[in-house]
Design a protein around this ligand. Structure first.
Ligand code: NAD
Length: 416
């Protein structure tokens, strides 16, 4: 068995497939493949005990042909330049699939945030932001939370950028607290978008959410609200997992009680009203819908061969490798790809940016309605291309996203 390919290898293989379907030449392929700009910065941190530690940070703008770069900031021990490149490329196609006037970007710091105090995380964030200042801004590159970062981190980024510029610039980040120009509905937008994508996919198969069971890998900013929304729609959420372990209850988890347990203990592990589950078994559970909502590469050739779910809805970015995709397709599993399924977060980030630029805020209802509309439109376009061309939902989404970006390149022309 080969080792799982890196996220960058997966992202590049996906692009190569789309380029082949679209019939683009090597020049266009090379332009679409290569990040436009990337910055690797040293982030020296004074720890609370006084000693200095050197961390590494990255910001990659994969493509900015359709507008400013847009993408999350990740704090995780495994962050490296290639992971950030892959995540930035996926952001480019994702923003194009949901027709946002953005390119794709991503940032990261190689750090385990749980091992640092809030004061240390604030210093890391402010120094990292200062180092990448020339690259970011509301018209250049706009950040949002990702794994290991949250609305507080976005507030520190916004404050650092604003203090250095001399005035308040809320539109430099999204996913901020409401008190400093955040948007209603942003915190749960990714999960709501996943719910809309799942509902539309099941509807195409003549199935309702209240008729199915689900397992969710990851119980963070995306996985936890997703569990709640699925439960509210009558779906039986039978298993969830996080970095520390997994739990199962075949007649359905009490999601509210579980959420309270996680708020208290920091993990799903030890929840009294469920049985412990080997995390490796979560992906192979006998459920109707599997929602990977944690990290990249979890569905590779080996684990994909054990999936029993009929649908995989990718709440995480890049959870399925190219080999994993092939195995799932051979077994008739329908995969709703990340660049469609989890686009709700960047859609409401766009709404937050628009509101901040206008200094006029919308109601929660307006946001929820516009989010649902955009997700269902994007799903309809992707599924129509998938049927018309006889290709998977992933290839259809990639073809749509890549084509829109390539069109922008061609229309803008090559300078000089
Ligand atoms: P988070 O840090 O809030 O939560 C991550 C969750 O995954 C945690 O429960 C963590 O314990 C778990 N986890 C981490 N490593 C794991 C592993 N190896 N096995 C099982 N569980 C593991 O992050 P998040 O914001 O919820 O992001 C989750 C995924 O969704 C990522 O792929 C991210 O890029 C993607 N995503 C997030 C957003 C957003 O708005 N936050 C938007 C689009 C996509």
């Amino acid at each position: 068995m080969n080792p799982s390919p890196s996220p960058l290898a997966t992202a590049r293989a996906q692009l190569a497939t789309a380029v082949q379907i679209l019939g683009y030449d090597d020049g266009m392929h090379a332009v679409l493949r290569q990040p436009r700009r990337e910055l690797h910065v040293a982030v020296p941190l004074r720890r609370d005990d006084g000693h200095v530690e050197l961390l590494h940070g990255y910001r990659v703008q994969h493509n900015i042909s359709r507008g400013p770069g847009k993408g999350g900031l990740r704090y995780a021990p495994g962050v490296d330049i290639d992971e950030v490149r892959a995540l930035a490329m996926w952001m480019t196609w994702k923003c194009a699939v949901v027709e946002l006037p953005y390119g794709g970007a991503k940032g990261g710091v190689t750090i385990d945030p749980r091992a640092y105090s809030p004061f240390e995380l604030e210093r890391v964030t402010r120094r990292y932001t200062s180092e990448i200042m020339p690259m970011i801004g509301p018209e250049r590159d706009v950040m949002a939370p990702d794994i290991g970062t949250d609305e507080q981190v976005m507030a520190w980024v916004m404050d650092t950028y604003s203090v250095n510029r001399g005035f308040t610039i809320p539109a430099v980040t999204t996913g901020k607290p409401l008190a400093v120009g955040g948007s209603l509905g942003r915190a749960t937008a990714t999960s709501r978008g996943v719910l809309h994508a799942a509902t539309a996919t099941l509807r195409d198969a003549g199935v309702r959410l209240d008729e199915v069971s689900a397992a969710i890998q990851g119980f963070g900013k995306v996985g936890a609200p997703l569990a709640r929304f699925l439960h509210e729609k009558g779906c039986r959420v039978v298993a969830v997992g996080d970095e520390r372990g997994a739990i199962v209850r075949t007649d359905g988890l009490d999601v509210a009680a579980l959420t309270a347990h996680v708020a208290r203990t920091g993990s799903v592990v030890g929840f009294a009203d469920a049985d412990p589950l080997d995390p490796a078994e979560l992906l192979a559970l006998d459920v109707d819908v599997l929602f990977p909502a944690a990290v990249e590469g979890v569905l590779d050739e080996e684990s994909a061969a054990r999936v029993k779910a009929r649908w995989v809805v990718e709440a995480a970015n890049g959870p399925t490798t190219t080999e994993g995709d092939r195995v799932l397709a051979d077994r008739g599993v329908v995969v709703v790809p990340d660049i469609l399924a989890n686009a709700g977060g960047v859609v409401v980030s766009y709404f937050e940016w628009v509101q901040a630029n206008q200094a006029y805020w919308w109601t929660e209802r307006e946001i929820e309605e516009r989010l649902e509309h955009r997700m269902l439109e994007a799903y309809a376009t992707v599924s129509q291309v998938s049927r018309a061309e006889g290709i998977s939902l992933r290839d259809a989404a990639l073809v749509i996203g890549v084509r829109r970006v390539a069109e922008a390149h061609l229309i803008r022309g090559l300078y000089p």
